[in-house]
Design a protein around this ligand. Structure first.
Ligand SMILES: NC(=O)c1ccc[n+]([C@@H]2O[C@H](COP(=O)([O-])OP(=O)(O)OC[C@H]3O[C@@H](n4cnc5c(N)ncnc54)[C@H](O)[C@@H]3O)[C@@H](O)[C@H]2O)c1
Length: 415
């Protein structure tokens, strides 16, 4: 099929590369000229395992210009949907992108399918996207189709997650729209659920809300276990054997960060409040998470005084196998360390270039450089941190690195 993908980010570029690999003719549009240039030279603008290898083998036409999308049968929208100041969703980028799609399709005759893949709050596709597309004289369900298909990939395993999804959710404006999208996914071996647009949008938020609840839940249990001298991870193993609970997402630690979980949870809370409902569980999941990373500072203060001490930070990306630092908990921790006048030295295998744009004032060193500091905080569970020599050090561990227990003074956040 001829496909366009709008937005060459973590989702868009993975979708574009995978669909091209499956034999589709793909055009990728992005407003960022640098990204466009890189994709056209088969270089990935993001660090995602396996992505550059696919880019080197396929032919994606990347462009800043929307006009080539006129030849596409399916157009995926994969632009950002960040938080506004009050936590609600910002539709700025998706509105812009949809207007540009509408402008190109205005003069076109054939049926096109527009697919929202960005995470959008329930009601957005029907109440915002469709009216923009119809604004230039076309009719949804007649001149064009509309679907909303949430993306569940995780950075670091994005290619495999996209190619082998646990499920495909197709939110459809009408049957014809859903049929066309289903035909694109016909060779994917995954259970498919076809629902209306709003339900598809909600499924994505509820998935993320459930995952954040699981994380804050186990962190709370971890905080209690620490007080009682019980190993949280053994408790998690014990409860995880119950299929109703499941073993995943039960790693107690500093909490959740990253480009999706915090913003999606906040957007759902804000939307619920707009309807007049006060979501108490979700609000507490967020509150608990906001305090959890700062516990690292409290624990550190038990062992050293922060002012003028050197504090080493291992891990800056929000999780391993990515260079993404969006809403990384390292931001909260390092910000507090600097306010307390500590001297911060940090190391991350991939994320130092991105993090240094946010914090140019701290020192970026090797892992050995971090270990020479007065104390060390472990914030991301990169595999290589399991092979460092922590002997003689003061280590506060937010991620349960087994080797770090060899430190002279070792304390875990929940253990
Ligand atoms: N990153 C993830 O792990 C993940 C997973 C599932 C869903 N999502 C959702 O997918 C959406 C995209 O996220 P992302 O992580 O890929 O974002 P990203 O910031 O990595 O990439 C978005 C890209 O869109 C481009 N862009 C912005 N406005 C544009 C416009 N008008 N026209 C063309 N391009 C434009 C940006 O330049 C950028 O390259 C969001 O709604 C996000 O919540 C993300």
């Amino acid at each position: 099929m001829r496909i366009s993908v709008i937005g060459c980010g973590h989702v868009g570029l993975v979708v574009a590369a995978c669909l091209a690999k499956l034999g589709n003719k793909v055009t990728a549009v992005d407003t960022d000229g640098e990204k466009v240039k890189l994709v056209n030279t088969k270089v990935s603008p993001i660090s995602e395992p396996g992505l550059e290898e696919i880019l080197s083998k396929v032919n994606i036409e990347a462009t800043r210009d929307y006009s080539p999308i006129r030849d596409s049968e399916i157009i995926f929208i994969c632009v950002p949907t960040p938080s506004t100041e009050d936590g609600s969703i910002s539709l700025e980028y998706i509105t812009q992108a949809t207007k540009q799609i509408a402008a190109v399709l205005k003069e076109e005759k054939g049926y096109r399918l527009i697919v929202v893949k960005s995470t959008v709050i329930p009601g957005t596709t029907e109440e915002v996207i469709v009216p923009i597309l119809e604004g230039l004289g076309k009719r949804a369900g007649h001149d064009f189709g509309v679907c909303m298909t949430p993306e569940f990939l995780s950075e670091g395993s994005a290619i495999n997650d996209y190619m082998n999804p646990a499920r495909i959710i197709i939110g459809e404006y009408d049957k014809r729209s859903g049929d066309r999208l289903s035909s694109l996914y016909q060779n994917f071996n995954a259970p498919t659920l076809r629902v209306n647009l709003k339900t598809a949008e909600m499924i994505k938020y509820v998935s993320n809300a459930f995952l954040t609840t699981k994380i804050s839940f186990i962190n709370e249990i971890g905080n209690i276990c620490k007080q009682l001298g019980i190993d949280t991870y053994e408790v998690a193993k014990g409860i995880g054997l119950d299929e109703r609970i499941g073993a995943k997402f039960l790693n107690a630690g500093i909490g959740f960060g990253g480009p999706c979980l915090p913003k999606d949870l906040k957007a759902l809370i804000a939307k619920a409040r707009q309807t007049g409902y006060q979501p108490r569980i979700l609000a507490e999941v967020l509150n608990l998470n906001n305090g959890q990373a700062l516990k690292m500072i409290d624990l550190l203060k038990k062992h050293i005084s922060l002012k003028d001490s050197s504090v080493g930070v291992l891990g800056l990306s929000y999780k391993p196998q990515t260079d993404d630092v969006k809403d990384s908990l390292a931001i909260t921790v390092i910000d507090t360390l600097l306010k307390e006048r500590a001297r911060v030295k940090a190391y991350d295998p991939w994320a130092m270039p991105n993090f240094s744009k946010l914090f140019p004032q701290i020192e970026y060193v090797t892992s050995e450089g971090v270990l020479r500091c007065d104390a060390v905080l472990v914030l991301t569970e990169w595999e290589e941190f399991e092979h460092l020599d922590y002997k003689g050090k003061v280590v506060i561990d937010g991620r349960k690195i087994a080797k770090a227990k060899e430190a002279r003074i070792y304390e875990g956040i929940c253990w």
